[in-house]
Design a protein around this ligand. Structure first.
Ligand SMILES: Cc1ncc(C[n+]2csc(CCOP(=O)(O)OP(=O)(O)O)c2C)c(N)n1
Ligand SMILES: [Mg+2]
Length: 274
């Protein structure tokens, strides 16, 4: 088809993108989903695309609501929130997409804000360069059905104190004047202030996006509340993708295997005449 993209079925974007990528591995395939799309109806497809490390670039636009269908709560809606389908407040514990990706053995996860285009560009460029399945979560506002859902961290007045932009190899500093940092106290992450209680730059954790163990990346993805919400590339590890293994297996079998084409397969083994 002479096109750069198409709308597929709600919840089935990862399945369709997997087919597209395997049929034509030369394509750079992008899968754009909402939180309802990726976490609810398409949750199954998402975790398996991530687990297999399919070479896809997945963006999740997380406005914590079903926007298009006018305001039903989704798997990322905050607990207790009043929506069209939860008039007395939700009694659902929400998913954190980052933790879900780590739990599914994901190789790339980044988070950005809709109101910071440069950071979004950086995250998506890094995602495009990643060989394997990359997931970028965009914390997005829905002006009509969930206005200001991320305001507690995105408002200009608080953004520097409530978020931290992680950079590989750099100390985890944040705050207006980069005066605050994250320290690992042996059990958990905590916020410390440079210059207070003898805290120096040496106490601050240095971000390593390439650590294979998901433990620390899971902790970073989980942050919020008293800890700043982590933005930027949280995890980026190398692992051979399903796409590459599939191509190698096909080449191998085409060269030395019994079956060279579909007809060979259909005319072999369990066939009979009626
Ligand atoms: C198979 C199928 N089931 C249900 C729907 C109805 N539907 C359309 S969009 C949507 C949810 C949208 O929420 P989200 O994925 O978070 O995207 P948003 O509109 O918030 O960006 C639903 C349930 C559909 N179009 N197709
Ligand atoms: Mg949504």
């Amino acid at each position: 088809m002479d096109t750069y993209g198409f709308h597929s079925i709600h919840g089935r974007a990862c399945a369709i993108a997997t087919g597209v990528k395997l049929a034509n591995p030369a394509l750079s395939v992008w899968v754009n989903m909402g939180d309802g799309d990726s976490m609810a109806i398409g949750g199954n497809h998402l975790i398996h695309a991530v687990r297999r490390n399919q070479d896809l670039n997945i963006t999740i636009f997380n406005n914590e609501i079903y926007g298009l269908t006018k305001g039903q709560y989704s798997p990322t809606t905050k607990f207790g929130q009043i929506t069209k389908t939860s008039p007395y407040g939700t009694i659902d514990y929400p998913f954190n997409p980052g933790e879900l990706v780590m739990g599914a053995q994901g190789t790339f996860f980044a988070r950005t804000l809709d109101c910071v285009p440069q950071l979004s560009t950086d995250c998506m460029t890094r995602a495009a360069k990643h060989d394997g399945c990359s997931v970028v979560e965009v914390l997005q506002n829905c002006v009509i059905f969930n206005d200001k859902t991320h305001a507690a961290i995105t408002d200009r007045a608080v953004r520097d104190d409530r978020t931290i932009v992680l950079e590989h190899g750099k100390p985890m500093l944040f705050g207006k004047n980069k005066e605050k940092g994250l320290r690992f106290n042996g059990r958990q992450l905590e916020v410390v202030t440079l210059g207070e209680n003898g805290i120096t730059l040496d106490d601050i954790m240095v971000h390593d996006e390439t650590t294979e163990d998901t433990g620390i990346h899971m902790m970073l993805a989980h942050m919020g509340g008293d800890l700043p919400v982590a933005l930027g590339v949280i995890r980026n590890v190398k692992k051979v993708s399903y796409t590459q293994l599939y191509e190698e297996q096909m080449d191998e079998q085409m060269a030395s295997g019994k079956y060279k084409c579909m007809d060979d397969l259909l005319n072999s083994g369990d066939t009979w005449e009626v």
